[in-house]
Structures are given as structure tokens and as C-alpha cells.
Write a protein that binds this ligand. Structure first.
Ligand SMILES: NC(=O)c1ccc[n+]([C@@H]2O[C@H](COP(=O)([O-])OP(=O)(O)OC[C@H]3O[C@@H](n4cnc5c(N)ncnc54)[C@H](O)[C@@H]3O)[C@@H](O)[C@H]2O)c1
Length: 283
């Protein structure tokens, strides 16, 4: 039996970050439908309260916790709230993420680097450090880190793609370490292709403390628009949630949501062996 069989079951507890919208909301809805208690964490309070209120009105057991995942103290507080409400946590989905600019790396202001890496990479690290001791105590447990298909092959999406490569590498490292420790904690990295969410407007959550963003060059704006168009034509979050639930129950490590980038994934390995350079990806 896989170490994560039994994680998705009535009475188990899931924590989902970025749960007010898109993929995170799809995951929260699905876990609730499976009879799990769901802790919904998000930085966008009105959307979080509205989403948690809807699930609760449908009979789900949910707790909404306003959390900025880039802030370690807030992620620690999230764990404390989850334990106080439900006694433990069996499933952690480090899913919150933001897009950021697609401009030339040397032009991107430090504030944008800090915002994107702070949420997309430090958010996952903070989740790991806050929750791992608790997950290790459970009879079964699983972590899903949301990266992107742009974390798997060579991309040109600015700090975003870089942060997602880091999340893939982090999750691979975690897998080796958990297996070496004989831990009963499964781990997966979700690498979605296009999904229909509010991701195109992630700048709505960019804190003012990071200063003004760069006025995008024409090329960066075109890349951003192609990326947003792609996302709008993608899967529904509920479909992604179904793929994730199936993958957890089978202890699948890499979770892809579509096969239309398989050639790009294969090509990366071939390019590295051949000495490259990488072929230009889309977008
Ligand atoms: N939509 C896609 O096509 C796509 C593809 C690949 C990967 N992803 C990844 O999926 C994840 C979810 O994105 P989505 O597409 O559902 O977008 P979304 O904007 O609909 O949802 C993201 C959620 O994260 C929240 N969030 C932002 N900053 C936060 C912070 N500092 N702390 C806590 N919550 C924060 C937002 O408020 C929002 O509710 C992201 O990690 C994203 O990179 C999305």
C-alpha cells in the first residue's frame, strides 16, 4: 500500500494555501466533498471569507485563516489555528502563487523579485518548516507543492519560472530526504499546464511595500498577454483537483495536468545532454 493511501478520507484534515481562488479553491471544494475538514488560507480576506462561507453553507467543515505565506510567523499561526480547530493536519497543499513581470531579468526591480520569490518559493519553504514536525507525527500524511509546467522545462517567464523550477527542485530534495528518514509522509509536485483561474490578475495581491512595478516593455506585455490567454483556455480548477486527488491516492510524485507539453519536457533532457542551448519555449 502507498504511504499516502487514506489521506483523502472523511475526518482527515487538509490545509490549502491560496484557497480563495482558482486551483486552491478547487482543491478545497474537492477535499470538503471527500468529507475532509479543510483549513483555507489566503492573503485576500474578502475573497477568502466569501469562499469559506459558500463551502460552509454547503455543509463543509472549513476554517478560514487570513495568511500571507511569505511571512513565517503567519504560517506558524496558521498551523496553530489548524491544530486548535481540528487536532492535526494530514494534507498540506502549498499552492499560493503569483505571476510577476516577464521583463528582462536585469531590468526587473528588486521589489518584484522579492514579491514573486517571497510568495512562490519562501511560501513553500515556510509551509514546510511550520508543518513538517506535525505531519511527521500523523499515521499518514502528504504534501503537495504547486509548481508549474514552466518549472519543468526551460522557460522565459521572468522570476515566476525561476521560482517554479526552485519549487520542483525543493520537492525532489524533500522526497529523497523523507524516504531516507523512513517517514510516513508522501510528497508530490503539481506542475499544471493552463488552468482557468484569476492568475492573470495576481498583481492585485502585490503589497505596496515592494515599491512601484516596472512599466512592461512591449515584448514583456505580449508575453504576459499570451500567458494570460493560455490560462483562460485551460482546464477548470475542479478538473485539476480531481487529478490531484487521484495522484495522492496513488503516491504519484510529478503531477502534470495535460500532455501537450510532453515534447518540451523530453526536449529539455536531450538539449542538456547535447549541450544546448535550450529551444525557445512558448510563450
Ligand atoms: N492558472 C494556471 O494556468 C497555472 C498554471 C501553472 C501553475 N499555476 C499555479 O497555481 C497556483 C494557484 O494559482 P491560480 O492559477 O489558482 O491563481 P489565482 O490567482 O486564481 O489563485 C491564487 C491564490 O493565491 C492567493 N495568494 C497570492 N499571494 C498570496 C500570499 N502571499 N499568501 C497567501 N495567498 C496568496 C491569491 O489571493 C489567490 O487566492 C499558483 O502557485 C500558480 O503559480 C497556475
Amino acid at each position: 500500500m502507498s504511504e499516502s493511501a487514506g489521506v483523502i478520507a472523511p475526518g482527515r484534515v487538509a490545509v490549502v494555501t491560496g484557497a480563495a481562488s482558482g486551483i486552491g479553491l478547487g482543491l478545497a471544494e474537492r477535499f470538503a466533498a471527500e468529507g475532509m475538514a479543510v483549513v483555507m488560507a489566503d492573503v485576500e480576506e474578502p475573497a477568502l471569507r466569501a469562499a469559506a462561507g459558500r463551502l460552509s453553507a454547503d455543509g463543509a467543515t472549513v476554517l478560514a485563516v487570513v495568511t500571507d505565506v511569505s511571512k513565517p510567523a503567519q504560517v506558524e499561526a496558521l498551523r496553530e489555528d489548524a491544530v486548535r480547530a481540528f487536532g492535526g493536519v494530514h494534507l498540506l497543499c502549498n499552492n499560493a502563487g503569483v505571476g510577476g513581470p516577464h521583463d528582462a531579468l536585469w531590468l526587473i526591480p528588486r521589489g518584484d523579485w522579492e514579491w514573486v520569490l517571497g510568495v512562490n518559493l519562501w511560501g513553500v519553504i515556510n509551509g514546510l518548516q511550520a508543518f513538517m514536525p506535525l505531519l511527521l507525527e500523523q499515521d499518514v500524511a502528504h504534501i503537495v507543492n504547486t509548481a508549474s509546467i514552466f518549472g519543468v522545462f526551460a522557460g522565459a517567464l521572468g522570476p515566476y519560472g525561476i521560482s517554479k523550477h526552485a519549487v520542483v527542485a525543493l520537492t525532489e530534495t524533500l522526497h529523497f530526504q523523507l524516504r531516507a528518514a523512513g517517514a510516513r509522509v508522501g510528497v508530490s509536485v503539481l506542475c499544471p499546464g493552463a488552468v482557468r483561474t484569476n492568475f492573470g490578475s495576481s498583481a492585485r495581491n502585490r503589497p505596496v511595500e515592494f515599491g512601484p512595478s516596472l512599466a512592461a516593455t512591449e515584448a514583456a506585455a505580449a508575453s504576459q498577454q499570451r500567458f494570460d490567454r493560455l490560462s483562460r483556455s485551460g482546464l477548470e480548477p475542479a478538473e485539476v483537483a480531481g487529478i490531484v486527488v487521484d495522484a495522492i491516492s496513488k503516491s504519484r510524485f510529478y503531477i502534470l495536468t495535460s500532455n501537450n507539453r510532453n515534447d518540451a519536457v523530453r526536449r529539455r533532457g536531450a538539449e542538456i545532454i547535447a549541450g544546448g542551448p535550450p529551444a525557445a519555449p512558448f510563450p
